[in-house]
Design a protein around this ligand. Structure first.
Ligand code: GDP
Length: 446
């Protein structure tokens, strides 16, 4: 998502580079380019108009004319305005002061509600909460079962009507679930409701009835970011029919143009609170307007990368590796090398990780073609070595290389390559570790 928008905006800024002063014509041309970029990304027209007007007004002002580098100042303005339309501050969940916090989900069928319910539950669990999921989608055959499967994957209990106990009344189920949560001391209850393929009065009435019965602390509207401008019409309908406090965007990993994500805040007046970006339960996070703007402008999202690394990395292992690299605690071996690579792999696909670094938009195609199986190939070669060879790679001579290659079904030149890369990487990491810390690598103090 946002790839085309990102490319277009960065190309626009390139035209300004090196200019000591911006003429009125420069500003007009830039504003025009930004307008086209946003319209092409499917951003709603009123949002585009406001955006461009705000950028233009600021670009004509003191902050740009007085700046040493006007082009950079324009990027900063666009960044500020992007953060602004995305909602400004990160909006966090409000928890109930007493009793369980009730979060109700509403949205169309296929929006990703059921998946999201489990993602949110897992995320809350990681924050130390004890959530419970409630299946109130009693319309769609299999919806209850799907929530149960997802709940199990997240390790979160699901409250559902007994099978065979009638199709049941979702309002009664929702009400009973809150009582159950109180008894079992769950501190958050996530109520999944029924969706339809399109906006439908009966669905709205049912969701409103559930809302009245459970008095949620937060009603979240879940919407598929891939459906473009339709997302805005649906959002409007749910706002009138049920009302909600925040929006959850799903399928941000898709290749849609992203306009809905950029427009929804301004069109509905409700903040985007969470974003879902894949089918895995962990492909989910709080929505940070500043980080999203930074990604769109190809300035990277290093904060998210660090947070994910902190979650995925084994701190103890990282510390041990760091000690070895600083010469306290034995030598950094091929086993350590492999271990490090596998830790990085836990973060997800390389293209996703590298994509969070600034400037990566320019090599997007290479990123997308990065083959994650490369790490498996390296692992196979290392596993084909004896423990002595892994501990002391210097002993790996020609005949050993031939044996290792045969053992893992690779060529001798693959083995040579790996050994060379290992020595190079070790040298580089030792330099970095001894030179006072590795930027962006938590758990690896200098
Ligand atoms: P519901 O009808 O609103 O409950 O939607 P579901 O949770 O059943 O999701 C519909 C489909 O979208 C399923 O196939 C999900 O795996 C998929 N899905 C949900 N969230 C995401 C996401 O963030 N990215 C991608 N690629 N697929 C998703």
């Amino acid at each position: 998502m946002f790839a085309t928008l990102s490319d277009r905006l960065t190309a626009t800024f390139k035209n300004l580079r090196g200019k000591g002063r911006l003429s009125e014509a420069d500003i007009d041309a830039t504003a025009r380019e930004i307008r086209i970029a946003l319209l092409e990304a499917d951003v709603a027209l009123p949002v585009v108009k406001d955006f461009v007007a705000a950028v233009k007004e600021r670009a004509r002002g003191e902050e740009v004319s007085g700046a040493l580098n006007p082009a950079q100042q324009v990027v900063k303005i666009v960044n500020d305005e992007l953060v602004n339309i995305l909602g400004g501050e990160t909006r966090r969940l409000r928890y109930a002061k007493s009793g369980p916090t009730v979060i109700m989900l509403a949205g169309l069928q296929g929006a990703g509600k059921t998946t999201l319910a489990a993602k949110l539950a897992l995320w809350l669990k990681e924050q130390g909460k004890t959530p419970m999921l409630v299946a109130c989608d009693l319309q769609r055959p299999n919806a209850v079962n799907q929530l149960q499967v997802n709940g199990e994957r997240a390790g979160v209990p699901v409250y559902a009507p007994e099978p065979g106990n009638g199709v049941g009344d979702p309002v009664a189920v929702a009400k009973a679930s809150i009582e159950d949560a109180k008894r079992k001391l769950h501190d958050v209850v996530i109520v999944d409701t029924a969706g339809r393929l399109g906006v439908d009065a009966e669905m709205m009435a049912q969701a409103a009835a559930i809302r009245d019965a459970v008095q949620p602390d937060e009603v979240l509207f879940v919407v598929d970011a891939m459906i473009g401008q339709d997302a805005l019409t649906t959002a409007q309908a749910f706002l009138e029919g049920v009302g909600y406090d925040g929006v959850v965007l799903t399928k941000l990993d898709g290749d849609a143009r992203g306009g809905a994500a950029l427009s929804i805040r301004q069109v509905t007046g409700r903040p985007v609170m969470f974003a879902s970006s894949g089918e895995k339960l962990t492909d989910f996070d709080l929505f940070h307007p500043d980080r999203m703007a930074s990604r769109i402008l190809d300035m990277g999202d290093v904060l998210t990368l660090i947070e994910q690394a902190e979650k995925a990395f084994d701190q103890e292992q990282a510390l041990k590796a760091a000690q070895k690299l600083t010469g306290q605690g034995g030598e950094f071996t091929l086993d350590d090398f492999l271990e490090q690579m596998q830790q990085v792999r836990k973060l997800g696909s390389m293209s996703k990780i590298l994509g969070m670094l600034p400037g990566m938009g320019q090599i997007r195609e290479q990123l997308e073609n990065f083959d994650d199986r490369e790490i498996d190939r390296v692992a196979a070669i290392i596993h084909s070595m004896t423990p002595a060879e892994r501990a002391n790679p210097k002993m790996i001579d020609g005949s050993r290389r031939a044996r290792i290659a045969k053992g893992c079904g690779r060529t001798v030149s693959d083995v040579n390559n790996l050994v060379d890369r290992f020595f190079e990487a070790r040298k580089m990491m030792m330099q970095m570790a001894r030179g006072g810390g590795m930027p962006g690598m938590p758990g690896l103090p200098g």
